[in-house]
Design a protein. Structure first.
Length: 263
């Protein structure tokens, strides 16, 4: 309810990613790391303890030449809503200290680093491997600390971190809107770093509940799907692909599931 008493629908920020347009360039990964002060090591060959909030995966159809085909899939945090869209995402449900929570006003799954005790239950619960444990204190090369974003806190060793939909940008947009006398943040006033950095325009971000936003229209594409929908986590990341094999992989489809279960 608004102050005037009119019923309004809560915001539900999300993304639509067109996999037919994605080239796998990795610009979204770089933009995410720069925007959110994501730490990195001098040697990033060990991917078990590296941190990448936005990760681009390479998918293949497994067919030999000349029928071989590939697809690139960017994967941020899915910001799951859980069954019934009531905020019971897997990670929120298991956190014993409420270090991660579901914002009913925005649909964003938050991460409060000062509350996190590093138990990593959320990592075990997340079916999308979108959470990362900070094994080391971040060490920035000489001079690079001058380029860190002042709007995002640098995480300490021993906590879990993840994509936040650049929530700090939403807070800044609300402040600017308030100074202008506006009560609502416009679509172009709040965009994530990965959305703006994508050279192919494959990522669209906005309010899924707002019919005027592009994401609200694009999620209705007949080729749209969400990852592992059968788990009923209700992720807010929608993907579009004209390729049936890509859509099948999105829900972890097996060609002969009955045979797979018996072995």
């Amino acid at each position: 309810m608004t102050q005037e008493g009119a019923t309004t629908k809560a915001k539900k920020f999300g993304m639509v990613i067109d996999l037919d347009q994605c080239t796998g360039c990795g610009s979204c990964m770089v933009a995410c790391m720069a925007e959110n002060n994501v730490p990195f090591k001098e040697n990033e060959t060990n991917k078990l303890d590296s941190i990448t909030w936005m990760r681009v995966y390479k998918l293949t159809n497994g067919a030999p030449f000349p029928d071989a085909d590939i697809c690139y899939l960017p994967r941020p945090c899915m910001h799951c809503a859980g069954q019934g869209e009531h905020g019971h995402s897997p990670c929120v449900s298991v956190c014993p200290v409420t270090a991660t929570d579901y914002d009913m006003e925005t649909g964003i799954v938050s991460q409060i680093y000062t509350r996190c005790i590093g138990c990593r239950y959320c990592m075990a619960a997340c079916p999308y491997h979108a959470r990362y444990f900070n094994w080391w204190d971040p060490i920035w090369p000489d001079g690079m600390e001058k380029y860190l974003s002042p709007n995002v806190s640098v995480r300490m060793r021993g906590v879990v971190e993840k994509c936040t939909f650049c929530f700090h940008r939403f807070q800044l947009a609300k402040d600017k809107a308030y100074l202008k006398g506006n009560r609502e943040v416009k679509e172009d006033e709040y965009q994530t770093a990965c959305t703006q950095a994508c050279p192919a325009g494959a990522i669209t971000f906005g309010d899924l509940n707002n019919p005027q936003h592009a994401v609200s229209r694009e999620k209705k594409n007949p080729n749209a799907f969400r990852l592992l929908e059968k788990l009923e986590t209700n992720p807010k990341i929608y993907y579009i692909s004209s390729k049936q094999w890509v859509r099948n992989l999105g829900d972890n489809y097996l060609k002969n599931e009955n045979l797979a279960r018996t072995h």
